[in-house]
Ligand binder design. Structure first.
Ligand SMILES: [Fe+2]
Ligand SMILES: [Fe+2]
Length: 279
């Protein structure tokens, strides 16, 4: 069902307007960064290479926005919020590319172009939103860890700002995942999709290959404990979104299978009741 069908007052019924206010309060500007304070004595070729990698991992926003816009074209709420997300996400590689440039690194157009390539997205709206909740949590917690361990002060500040943005984005995607579930024909089926998506993600530890995570690991070995903390964070947020208790990230498969089976049993019982007695 299109989100626009049941909306009588866009300003109070759509979440975009309040999410926009939150984003404005949290907004940072490029001019807020003390670019003149870069400590060149702390810059190594290894660090430059890592920042290049992290910035590269931030370049998929254009292609992702394109896919989101066409998949959610009838969602008058989410598509407005995407404008804020696109703006903020474009600032992430921007800040990193500026830091690199001030440290003598030049990047060709090919770098930006290749960074935009994404793998085709899933056809399920809820799955797509769930993956984004998770990847924002991963990026957020990894930037935070990177900031905590970063000796170079300007990069420390940039990664802190980026980390806060990513965490806020995870809340935005979670809000739209919840709305999409609630307006669907079979919310419990969609909740089982949320659990399955999180299981796929945690099972394969996809976030281990996230450029930010790789960066943190290569910086000081804190990656493993950060990875554990991130798994727990993901499980706790997914538990709230699906409305199901997940006692441990390692048990998510069992939780998913139990929920799915219970849902199928309920659906079967409902269709049995719907069949006339003399059928
Ligand atoms: Fe980002
Ligand atoms: Fe983000």
């Amino acid at each position: 069902m299109s989100a626009s069908v049941s909306v009588n007052d866009v300003f109070s019924d759509l979440s975009y307007y309040s999410l926009f206010d939150v984003a404005e309060k949290a907004r940072w500007y490029m001019k807020d960064i003390a670019w003149d304070s870069i400590d060149k004595s702390l810059i190594t070729p290894h660090l430059l290479e890592m920042v290049k990698q992290v910035a590269f991992g931030e370049l998929t926003t254009y292609s992702a926005t394109q896919s989101f816009m066409s998949m959610f074209e009838d969602d008058i709420d989410f598509t407005q919020w995407l404008a804020v997300w696109l703006y903020e996400e474009t600032k992430h590689p921007h800040a990193l590319v500026k830091w690199l440039s001030l440290n003598g690194v030049q990047l060709p157009g090919k770098y930006l172009k290749e960074g935009r390539i994404i793998t085709p997205m899933t056809k399920s709206k809820v799955e797509m939103l769930t993956f984004n909740v998770i990847s924002e949590i991963v990026a957020g917690s990894m930037y935070m860890t990177m900031s905590e361990t970063m000796p170079e002060p300007v990069l420390k500040d940039i990664t802190f700002k980026l980390g806060k943005d990513e965490m806020r984005h995870s809340v935005g995607f979670e809000n739209y995942a919840r709305r999409t579930i609630e307006s669907s024909a079979d919310p419990d089926y969609e909740r089982s999709i949320v659990l399955r998506s999180a299981w796929v993600f945690l099972q394969t530890d996809q976030f281990i290959n996230h450029p930010v995570f790789l960066t943190v690991r290569s910086l000081d070995g804190l990656g493993d404990s950060a990875g554990k903390k991130t798994r727990k964070q993901i499980a706790s947020r997914i538990s709230k979104l699906a409305g199901v208790d997940i006692p441990d990230p390692d048990h998510i498969y069992d939780v998913y299978i139990k929920f799915k089976n219970e849902h199928l049993a309920k659906r079967k019982a409902r269709s049995a009741v719907a069949v006339p007695a003399n059928a």
